[in-house]
Design a protein around this ligand. Sequence first.
Ligand SMILES: [Mg+2]
Ligand SMILES: [Zn+2]
Length: 189
Amino acid sequence: MQPAIFLDRDGVINENRANYVRTWEQVVFLPGVFDALRELAGSGYVVVVVTNQSAIGRGIMTAEALDDIHDRITHRVTQEGGRVDAIYACPHRPDGGCDCRKPQPGMLLQAAADLDIDLASSYLVGDAVTDMEAALAVGVLPVMVRTGRGIAQLANLEAKGLDGVMVTEDLGEAVAWILDDQPDLASRR
Ligand SMILES: [Mg+2]
Ligand SMILES: [Zn+2]
């Protein structure tokens, strides 16, 4: 089994948009993201994006359009020396009752089964409390960034009393912390 770094997409890799990222032209990468992904590419972690994309279930965009955006993101990251090994997206509406929309951990469990991932030695970087909840539900170590919705969501984190969440400025700082932390994994877990 191998450890993974799960990444939320909007607010971590690229900017959030009020009415969803629906085209490649609307993908605006956050500062330092390519550097961070380049660092990660040289590590032993599998890099897996897990993203809620209810715009599909709402009929605002097609699954094909989302696949196209994700192909282009993966290609661009690769051009920059990084690596995205897999992308999982939940297309369902919040009221759909699926088990993949975060805070449900379905995408993490699916990735673990598909890619032989050891969840207990994996991390999830996100900008929302629901990301942290998905991670905590399956023993993945949660890291919250202040980018995207992060700053606004920090209050919810405290309100929910979620413990064990590491908070960093952005993906770059999260990756630096995770890679520094790696030697301690065996003793901490
Ligand atoms: Mg997000
Ligand atoms: Zn779903």
